[in-house]
Ligand binder design. Structure first.
Ligand code: DAH
Length: 362
């Protein structure tokens, strides 16, 4: 039995001297593991005579419990020492400069669309959308552009392969087909703007095969040309941020409007630089007109009851003018340096100056 005391002292000494958790685990395996010394003692109880077993059993158990407790206690000490050592080792140098954060920017196209929506939104317009792949009827015929109409050639249309029934879908050449889709499903009064992608087979410094437009449509019983003028003057002034911007309506032709007008804004090109709101020159920025009665009829609306006006604006064009972006093609180059230069932060507030209600200014 002295052996047991000696064994206890020996194991206690080893536990005390264990330098780290690994060494401690080795001791636990050597003593209490499957074939450890103390485990073997416990197993030897089976071969003992009953009276001997009783006393030996108590001592072995006590030894086992004592060793297990010593190991647990040492484990806590070693774990805490490990944490302390790491804390000392892993110091944070708060004087180091922070890592630069890459901040995204809003593309000028998205920013311009948001600004246009915000200005017309204030005038009571809602946003409508339509498909990029469009039926010929919506893109042309319903807009009073029949098959033999010269305007079809001007649009440089991308046609898709013919369907089984011979119909050829088109990539919409303008956002105007959404006028038709809206009038077919919505009872007037209608007051929508339609931002979206449009496509034409054309590519140079001022044309891209994919570009963006915003369409506008107002239909009601008493809408007249004065409303068209007031609304678009208001828009031009708010968008370019010039309260007294001169706006001119020049007679024009679009198959889907009658009469039609192109809208110019006052500017100067003095010294080779464009200044909006100054000088005696004019710059064309959008097309507009009173909705052609034939278009109303194509949508099932009675032109003796309803009338209205429509307009179409090129987003890239007004973005280039407002933000001084010289080449249209750069919009789609995905050049991060360009985006960092011309892009916007999410908190940049769209310009909203000098607004009043529809038809308020003239
Ligand atoms: N759809 C025309 C285009 O792409 C723009 C336009 C002009 C739209 C006059 C209109 C409008 O709604 O009334 O060139």
């Amino acid at each position: 039995m002295e052996n047991i005391d000696a064994l206890k002292d020996e194991v206690a000494g080893a536990i005390d001297g264990a330098a780290d958790l690994n060494a401690l685990e080795n001791i636990r395996i050597a003593e209490l593991g499957k074939s450890g010394r103390i485990t073997s003692l416990m197993k030897s109880l089976g071969q003992m005579a009953p009276e001997e077993r009783k006393e030996a059993g108590q001592r072995f158990n006590a030894l086992k419990n004592t060793v297990a407790k010593l190991i647990d206690a040492r484990k806590i000490v070693l774990e805490e020492a490990g944490i302390d050592a790491r804390l000392i080792e892993e110091k944070i140098d708060v004087t180091l400069p922070a890592r630069p954060e890459i901040q995204g920017a809003i593309h000028p196209i998205s920013q311009t669309i948001d600004e246009v929506i915000s200005i017309f939104g204030e005038m009571g317009f809602r946003v409508a959308e339509g498909p990029d792949i469009e039926e010929d009827w919506y893109n042309f015929t319903a807009l009073n552009i029949p098959l033999d109409h010269p305007a079809r050639q001007e649009h440089d249309t991308f046609y898709l392969n013919a369907e089984k029934d011979g119909q050829r879908m088109v990539l919409r050449t303008h956002t105007s087909p959404v006028q038709i889709r809206t009038m077919q499903v919505q009872e007037p009064p209608i007051r929508i703007i339609v931002p979206g992608r449009t496509y034409r087979c054309d590519h140079d410094a001022t044309h891209s095969p994919m570009f963006h437009q915003v369409e506008g449509l107002v239909i009601d019983k008493s809408t007249h040309m004065g409303h068209l003028k007031g609304c678009l003057i208001e828009f031009c002034r708010a968008f370019f941020g010039v309260d007294d911007l001169r706006v001119r309506f020049r007679p024009s032709y679009f198959p889907f409007t009658e009469p039609s007008a192109e809208v110019d804004i006052g500017c100067s090109f003095e010294g080779g630089t464009l200044k909006i709101g100054h000088g005696d020159d004019w710059l064309e920025i959008l097309g507009s007109g009173m909705v052609n009665p034939k278009v109303l009829e194509n949508c099932g609306l009675d032109p003796t009851v309803y009338q209205g006006f429509a307009f179409g604006v090129g987003i890239e064009r007004i973005a280039m003018l407002k933000y001084g972006i010289p080449d249209l093609r750069t919009f789609y180059d995905s050049d991060l340096r360009w985006l960092r230069h011309y892009g916007f932060q999410s908190l940049d507030v769209p310009s909203m100056v000098g607004r009043s209600s529809l038809g308020g200014a003239s």
